[in-house]
Ligand binder design. Structure first.
Ligand SMILES: [Zn+2]
Ligand SMILES: [Zn+2]
Length: 1002
């Protein structure tokens, strides 16, 4: 079987016959199922993580479609932000933001725009290859003018609600990209990495006391010139120790860091150290008093010295403390992360991490470095350009998330999370600790922020990065003398004010749009920042439909989404921003009094790792690319692996071996059951539209299937995708390794026509319903089997009296246009399933006993004693047991016992079975069909011959033989000829296909 080739044909069939489109149009007027697709960046190629999320989305959406819902699926592309900008910078050989300004924003942004869809073809090709059904033609793009207009509308709403403000604050900042990042961008997986860093203990001279020092520890020597205070813990005990001729003050608990012998001279509480002054180690001109000791609650004695170096410009806590203690702010680093020149700081002009070394050497020379160590600690990096991040003071626009944190937490309770623990765990905790969201980026390629500001107030704008003077932190231009702020919510509004309608909303065009200040007549100019691209993707429920300018009804119907799905990293990304914006907008704007979430159900998948638990890495070549997996095992195999190998939410361990196992165990087994059906039914076979199964095995498999239908439906209704998909595997195993194996004989005997029909009818019913059941998970193989079943066989209706059930629903053009099967209550038989389970348990025990005594299953044995009196009357079931374990008679007693005595008669029967098995294999090898007849040629031991003659009738029946010929010696020229050995006796066997009546030569 060549699944990949079949899949490609099916893809063509779907495309040509517009099956996806039909799956939506045929549900017109039916209940609406809303799905939001998280827009990926098409600037990079899709990888396994995307394939996983897309498989989950596709399976769930196909399921709800078959359940009778109308499920439109629009994809979207994330176009803006650092991923694109970084790519273009690399290609244009640009190293800094200033270089971009040199070549011009126009040229730069055009290059960005042209590369946004660079890999969109590859993306669509990959998604389609996985079998993902979606409307690719009408995709939305976050850079569209209409999209941006809706983003403006969202922002303006928040502004009007008093949820937007501007502040001068220390934020995570990428010096290479020259922009602040939000706290959740810094929490993206992989942002924090363990690195080796400098760790130094510095001596701060105590003012007026020669040879007396405060001992201070830091891992960022470059922040030392920005130091304006030292913090102690008020209740921490400090010690003054004598070391040689010098005296140090540090926490008593931290004396362990001292290298030499010391002598404690005094003990002092932290609060008694407050207001002590010290000599700055890099003196700067201060705007107000600094270089003194203050107390802070965050000081700990777990590491360092219990004295914390405070540089308000370079730490969030430092800045907070600075505001509280009225400390001066000294910014000694420029916006590109380099030490400012002209301030007398060692390493000036160098990037801070490099200047660390210069500063250290300088302090060493001045004997202010007590000791240095290398430490490994986790440090954040820019998620896009890999530059170490700094904490840096900058003016940014914020969404006041903390103002509606309680509502965020409460609103989250309405969301059904899979796995459930995320609701109050990872996501819930994240919401409880939510911070205000920095939404402005000092960049170029993004949706422009719709904020215009009066230039009259411009001079009073807080000045950034003025060393020695400090900014007017917290003082927003909103409060300065004019500095009028106007936030624009639509293109129309902008046109009304400026008289211009910009063709393109991107920079630099939008920057050219100015208008008069309504308050003072000054010139209103746009603030240069662009939006954080997460603000844009979080606005997609409204912006993808250009709401509220268009599609009001549609958005009303589609909000909130019934379902979304992405990776676990999105708990601090898209899941979060969707939730923040929806909560703010619904709570405040709709005046409902209760907030509504943006999505009702969310499936969150874990990461995909290599088999050894490492990240997939192109460099390490520790995984096989998806294209190759598709070609080797088919998309269905990969899909089923992703859907079943791991509980939703856990991490995946991917390897060819594991995928191949899924192929062998499930996909190939399923395929072979279908092949079996095809092989053993001829063209005249007419499946019954309705009939009443009588045979016990038939009843059993019917019950099993209907149970599975009920279980799968329940799991899928609850979005428990793993449980939904996993049941199929066990069923396919039961179907192949019990139902078909134990029914083989019924299929094989053409002469007992009635019996054969019943087995085939049953298998037809099972396969037909199974294809519908598995269609959402493995859409290709199910389609293939369904097409064959419905096109090659015509349904026949049998008289009502025989009816127990109906094959539900009409045959459709595609399995994906069918309704999902419903469990047939009438066919459920729990008692039978339980009894069958018992029989199979006994089988396992007997097989183990046979293995213990070294007797093959092919060797018949006389008697088996079992303890299950409840089965005494179950003749049919006991018959199955006898056949399966090859036993003549079953008796009942207290203990399970297998009679292992092999009589001459049993031995002969064993030999015959061995011969038959070999003949069956030869038939298979020769490519014979079940109905093809053969003649057997054999030659060997006279004793064996006697046995064969005695059992001639049985052999003929079992192998569809017309005649048996004993030869004096083997005919070596016969291709099928083969010498076998049974119990040490040699026998030569060969078969020949025969035609017509017995005795006629072929
Ligand atoms: Zn960066
Ligand atoms: Zn003004």
């Amino acid at each position: 079987m060549n699944l990949p080739e079949i899949e490609k044909k099916i893809l063509k069939f779907w495309e040509k016959n517009k099956i996806f489109e039909k799956s939506i149009s045929q549900r017109k007027g039916k209940p609406f199922f809303s799905f939001y697709d998280g827009p990926p960046f098409a600037t990079g190629q899709p990888h396994y993580g995307h394939i996983l999320a897309t498989t989950i989305k596709d399976a769930v959406l196909r399921y709800w479609t078959m359940r009778g819902f109308q499920v439109p699926r629009r994809v979207g592309w994330d176009c803006h932000g650092l991923p694109v900008e970084n790519l273009i910078e690399k290609e244009l050989g640009i190293k800094t933001k200033k270089d971009i300004e040199k070549i011009g924003i126009k040229k730069f942004n055009e290059a960005c725009k042209n590369s946004v869809f660079r890999y969109v073809k590859e993306w669509i090709a990959t998604l389609k290859r996985v079998g993902r059904w979606a409307d690719y033609k009408n995709a939305y793009a976050t850079m569209d003018k209409e999209y941006t207009e809706s983003v403006w509308w969202v922002f303006k709403k928040l502004y009007d609600l008093g949820l937007i403000y501007r502040d001068f604050r220390v934020t995570p900042y990428c010096p290479r990209c020259g922009t602040p990042l939000s706290n959740f961008e810094v929490n993206q997986p992989g942002a924090y990495r363990d690195i080796e860093d400098q760790s130094v203990y510095i001596k701060f001279p105590i003012k007026g006391k020669a040879n007396n020092f405060f001992l201070v520890w830091t891992t960022t020597p470059w922040t030392l010139p920005g130091n304006t205070a030292l913090a102690v813990g008020a209740d921490i005990k400090y010690a003054k120790v004598k070391v040689g001729e010098e005296r140090y003050i540090l926490a008593k608990e931290r004396l362990i860091i001292l290298n030499e012998k010391y002598e404690i001279e005094a003990e002092i509480l932290g609060k008694d150290l407050i207001s002590f002054e010290y000599e700055p180690i890099f003196p700067m001109a201060l705007s107000k008093p600094g270089y003194r000791l203050v107390s802070a609650s965050f000081v700990s004695i777990e590491e360092g010295t219990g004295l914390v170096h405070i540089a308000p410009a370079f730490g969030e806590e430092d800045m907070e403390l600075g505001k509280q203690e009225n400390l001066p702010i000294v910014v000694t680093v420029d916006e590109e992360g380099r030490i400012k020149t002209g301030l007398g700081i060692p390493g000036e002009g160098k990037f801070v991490k490099i200047a660390d070394e210069d500063i250290k050497i300088n302090l060493k020379k001045r004997k202010l470095l007590y000791k240095e160590e290398k430490i490994v600690h986790s440090y954040p990096f820019c998620w896009r350009c890999d530059t170490p991040l700094l904490y840096y003071p900058i003016n940014s626009w914020y969404v006041a998330v903390t103002k509606f944190k309680t509502e965020l937490v409460k609103n989250n309770q309405q969301i059904h999370w899979v796995p459930e623990h995320l609701r109050d765990g990872r996501f819930g905790k994240w919401l409880e600790g939510a911070r205000d969201w920095a939404v402005s980026r000092n960049r170029f390629w993004g949706a422009p922020m719709p904020i215009w500001q009066c230039q009259i107030g411009k001079n009073q704008k807080p000045s950034l990065a003025i060393a020695g003077r400090g900014g007017r932190r917290g003082q927003s231009p909103l409060r300065s003398s004019c500095g009028e702020i106007k936030v624009i919510g639509s293109i129309e509004e902008l046109k009304r004010l400026s008289g211009k309608k910009p063709k393109d909303l991107h920079r630099p065009y939008i920057d050219e749009v100015t208008f008069k200040c309504e308050r003072c007549g000054g010139e209103m100019i746009r603030t240069p920042e662009v939006f954080d691209c997460w603000f844009e993707s979080g606005s997609m429920p409204y912006a993808q439909w250009h709401y509220p300018f268009e599609n009001k009804l549609l958005v009303g119907k589609a909000f909130p989404a019934d379902f979304i799905a992405e990776g676990v990293d999105q708990t601090r990304g898209w899941f979060y921003t969707l939730h923040v914006l929806a909560t703010a907008l619904t709570l405040r704007d709709l005046g409902l009094g209760v907030a509504r979430p943006a999505y009702k159900n969310v499936i969150v998948n874990g990461l995909i790792l290599a088999e050894d638990g490492k990240k997939l890495s192109k460099r390490l070549c520790n995984y096989t690319p998806p294209e190759i997996i598709f070609e080797k095992f088919g998309a269905d195999t990969l899909r089923y692996f992703l859907l079943t190998s791991t509980q939703i939410g856990e991490d995946y361990y991917i390897s060819d071996r594991r995928i191949e196992e899924v192929w062998r165990r499930t996909i190939s087994t399923l395929w072979h059951t279908f092949l079996f059906f095809q092989t053993y039914t001829d063209k005249n076979f007419k499946p019954a539209k309705n009939f009443k199964p009588k045979n016990l095995l038939d009843c059993w498999i019917m019950s099993r299937l209907n149970h599975l239908v009920a279980q799968t439906t329940k799991a899928m209704d609850n979005y428990e995708l793993t449980d939904g998909a996993r049941g199929i595997d066990g069923f396919v195993d039961d179907l192949s390794n019990w139902y078909i194996r134990r029914s083989r004989r019924r299929f094989r005997k053409p002469e007992s026509g009635k019996e054969k029909n019943e087995a085939a009818r049953t298998l037809y019913y099972i396969l037909l319903n199974l294809t519908k059941l598995i269609a959402p998970f493995i859409p290709f193989i199910s389609e293939y089997i369904y097409q064959n079943l419905t096109k090659n066989y015509k349904l026949k209706t049998v008289p009502r009296t025989e009816t127990k059930f109906l094959v539900r629903g009409k045959n459709r053009e595609s399995v994906h246009l069918c309704d999902y099967p419903k469990p047939e209550e009438k066919l459920l038989n729990i008692k039978l399933e339980e009894k069958m389970q018992k029989i199979r348990e006994i089988v396992a025990k007997v097989l183990a006993k046979r293995a213990e005594s070294g007797i093959k299953v092919r060797q018949p044995l006389n008697e088996l004693r079992i303890t299950n009196y409840e089965l005494q009357k179950e003749k049919e079931l006991l018959g199955l047991l006898k056949e399966e374990v090859n036993i003549k008679k079953i008796t009942f007693g207290k203990t399970l016992k297998l009679d292992t005595k092999i009589t001459q008669e049993l031995k002969e029967e064993g030999i015959i079975r061995e011969i038959i098995r070999n003949l069956q294999e030869m038939r298979k090898k020769a490519g014979l069909k079940p109905k093809d007849k053969i003649s057997i040629l054999y030659s060997g031991d006279p004793g064996l011959n006697e046995i064969i003659v005695k059992n001639k009738k049985f052999i003929i029946e079992e192998t569809l033989t017309q005649n048996l010929s004993l030869l004096k010696s083997p005919k070596k020229e016969l291709e099928t000829g083969k010498e076998i050995e049974i119990d040490g006796i040699k026998l030569w066997l060969a078969i020949r296909k025969t035609y017509g009546e017995p005795g006629r030569k072929s």
